[in-house]
Structures are given as C-alpha cells and as structure tokens.
Design a binder for this molecule. Sequence first.
Ligand SMILES: Cc1cc2nc3c(=O)[nH]c(=O)nc-3n(C[C@H](O)[C@H](O)[C@H](O)COP(=O)(O)OP(=O)(O)OC[C@H]3O[C@@H](n4cnc5c(N)ncnc54)[C@H](O)[C@@H]3O)c2cc1C
Length: 371
Amino acid sequence: MSQQQTVILVGAGHAHLHVAAHAEALVKCGARVVLVDPTEFWYSGLATGMLGGMYEPEADQIDPRPLIEARGGEFIQDRVESVDSCARQLHLDGGGVLAFDYVSINVGSRVDESAILGADNDPSVWSVKPVANLWKLREYLEARFCERKILRVAVVGGGPTGSEVTANLTALAGCYDIDLRVTLITNNDRLIPEAPAGAARALQRKLTKRGVVIRTHTHIVRREGESLIAEDGRVFEADVVVLALGLEAHPLVYKTGLPTHPKNGLRINAMLHSIDDERVFAAGDCAAMEGFNLPKLGVFGVRQAAYIHANLLASLDSKPLATYEPQKRYLAILNLGDGTALSTWGPFWWNGSSSMWLKHWIDHRFLKQYR
Ligand SMILES: Cc1cc2nc3c(=O)[nH]c(=O)nc-3n(C[C@H](O)[C@H](O)[C@H](O)COP(=O)(O)OP(=O)(O)OC[C@H]3O[C@@H](n4cnc5c(N)ncnc54)[C@H](O)[C@@H]3O)c2cc1C
C-alpha cells in the first residue's frame, strides 16, 4: 500500500477557504489535509463598512476550523514561521514541525510601514492590514468620540482602500455627530489612479462635500510626534494616521528558499506552483504570477481557488495540471459609507445606491458559502 500523502494549506485566505470547503475530494484521494492559520479569516470586502459602523465585526469573520473539519481535514491554530522547501517541512510559531508532500501558501499581504520613517511601532499609526486593525481602529475612535474630542485623522494613500477608508471614517463620525478632521493624502495627481478619471472626480467631489481635505502630489516620508512630514518639507498635523500605502506580499514567502519577486511574492507559473518547485503552490496576494503584474485584490485569489484545488488533486493523482489565466477586467466597488458605492469595470463606472446593493449582495454571497 502506498504511503499517505500530506497536503498543507498555509493561511485561510480566499483561495484556501474554497479548498477547505472542498477538502473531501483530497481526502477521498487518500491525502491528509491540514489547514494552518493563527486566527479567523477577516473579509476585506466588508472591512471598511465595519469601520464606518455599517457592520459589526462578527459579520466580517469566518472560522476556518469547522469548515475543514466537516470535510475530513484538520485545522491547526498556529502561525507558520518558515517553509523549508528542500526538507519539505514547515516550522510553526508554537515550535511544531510539519512534514508535507504538497504545500499551498495563501497568507495575503502587508502594508510596508517602513516606507514612512517613524511609523512602525507608533501606536497612533494604523495599517489597513491585517483587516482586523480596522475594527480596533473603530473601537479606538468610538472611545475618543465619547470623550467629545476633536480628532485630526490623516489617511495616507489615495487608492481604492485609502479612499474607501476615508469615506467610512466620515460615516463613523456622522453616527456620533462628531467633527472629525480628515485629510486624505496621496503622492499621485488624483485619487484612484487606476479607475476612470470621471469616477475619481465623482469620488473627490463626494469626499470634499463631507469636509475631507484632499492633498495630491504629496509624498509623506516621516512621522515625528503628531506631524507627518512630506518629501518637500510640508507638515501635516494628525492625531491618528491610517496607512493605506498599497500592499506587498506577506514576508513568509521570502522564507521558502524559492524564487520571489521583490514585493509581489512567490514567483508562480500558470499552474500556480513555484517556478522552481512543483510541490509548492501559492495564491492570492502572496503570489507573483510570471508575466503578469496583478493588483493585490481578493478577486484574484477567489478566481485562483478552483485551480489550486484542482491542481492539488491532479498532483496527488499524477494527472496533468490545469492552467489559470487571469481576467483582464474586474469589477471593483467602493463602499462610500452613506448607503452608496462607486463601481468601476474597465473604462465604465457608476455610483449610487444600486452599486451598494450589488456590493452587499456579492459580499454576502461570498461569506455565506463558508458559514
Ligand atoms: C481595507 C481593505 C479593503 C479591501 N477591499 C477589497 C475589495 O472590496 N475587493 C477586493 O477584491 N479586494 C479588496 N482588498 C484587497 C484584499 O484584502 C486582498 O487582496 C485580499 O485579502 C488578499 O487575499 P488573500 O487570500 O491573498 O489573503 P488574505 O485574505 O489576507 O488571507 C490571508 C490569511 O493568511 C493567514 N496568515 C497570515 N500569516 C500567516 C502565517 N504566518 N501562517 C498561517 N497563516 C497566516 C491570515 O490569518 C489570513 O487568514 C481590500 C484590502 C483592504 C486592506
């Protein structure tokens, strides 16, 4: 009888939720399937709405343990410290060592706090990742609002995340009828630079109407006391800073000994495994697909999910692997915190309550699958 093969899923990210929910196929193939994650999965699609007071944190989380255990797999609540691709072992924070035949990594991304000198370890600076930070930020702000303190908040980063966070900060302040002074700072010449210009103008109008001060062409380089200092010497005072600088791959993929892209993660091919090791798969924000520069968005992890599952199954069965091709266009919907949302799809955009309805439907349909 052949020896049982072990498949380890590192991180309960978007792709691995799908693999966990379909783990019985791998188990039927004779494999031991283990999912390792230190926490619950926090869904970023609802995160800014949670910050703005629209959702409570429970609505934004999925517990991966029952998901995989109900399908014959195992769950280990721990953090993976490193993956030794040569020895086919991974090391856990708690001291354990797990041997694997196949490993798939779906650990997401981080904000590079070191891009702003003095930002890391400053308790007044909040990163948008991990997503649970946005719940802690809401709790912090709500406590300050109860003291009726006027706060100055600076959001650094004018991409979709920074803009959505800004809109929802004003929504949260609105719930408490508080005067929150919000400045949105970007080094670009406009907000959401990848979106159509008309969409960016509509967003800017909406935020400005709510009292948000928008500073374009401003490259923040340092945090000193309550000041944020721009490259050209301008100073912005802020009691609270939110960093939405753009995402880079989780540091774990740089501890695999396998080829990586400097910021985008483990270099993978169209079969979603490392270009150097067909036993190490990766998906989502921690993976850099050869020939593409995919934005760090959950939608790509969601699309890759079925391929990761199929290719793990094919590998166990020694069958040919499927190839994934990323979609050229994707729907992005920004929750603007006032019951409306801004949708973009390639050159098209629209904004209003129908966009918010669509976002709500998509997000809840996604979460329902895994509850
Ligand atoms: C505020 C905000 C809003 C966003 N909104 C959207 C949106 O509306 N639509 C969209 O498409 N994208 C959105 N994004 C981007 C989106 O969050 C990411 O692209 C997405 O989360 C990446 O998914 P992933 O599956 O790669 O990883 P994640 O969803 O981040 O999951 C990673 C998992 O790995 C686990 N993990 C981390 N380290 C370890 C370790 N060492 N060992 C074991 N497990 C580990 C984590 O606990 C987590 O469960 C948003 C991002 C932010 C910050």
